[in-house]
Design a protein around this ligand. Structure first.
Ligand code: TYC
Length: 113
């Protein structure tokens, strides 16, 4: 690190010339992505879920029906993968829309590994 003994600092020294030169690979880490999940329940009408998937996730009727059935049978399905901000917006839109129509539909997000 070529740090003089009189520096006595425990902090990483980014401004140290040797450290900068040793940084061969630029840090270009991409931001994490988030899965938006739709959860099954016993009360939300199937047609409502299909409508949600068409309206907020841009699916065709056939795509939306297929995903709705997957959630109905398996309990949960990923309905899209987005940046943190977009995922939060989608979850908010779905939760708002479901609440306004008094359906217990649940939508959540989860960081993708
Ligand atoms: N299980 C619901 C019913 O039988 C349908 C449903 C599907 C509800 C998907 C929620 O995310 C859901 N009416």
């Amino acid at each position: 690190m070529l740090e003089n003994t009189w520096m006595m600092s425990d902090e990483p020294d980014d401004d140290n010339e040797a450290s900068v030169l040793l940084q061969t690979r630029p840090k270009t880490k991409r931001p994490p992505l988030y899965k938006v999940l739709l959860l099954n329940d016993d009360y939300t009408p199937m047609e409502f879920v299909v409508h949600v998937l068409e309206r907020f996730f841009g699916m065709t009727h056939a795509e939306a029906f297929e995903i709705m059935l997957t959630v109905h049978k398996k309990g949960v399905a990923v309905v899209g993968v987005f940046s943190h901000e977009i995922a939060e917006t989608k979850v908010g839109q779905v939760m708002d829309f479901a609440r306004r129509h008094q359906h217990p539909l649940q939508c959540t997000m989860e960081r993708e590994e």
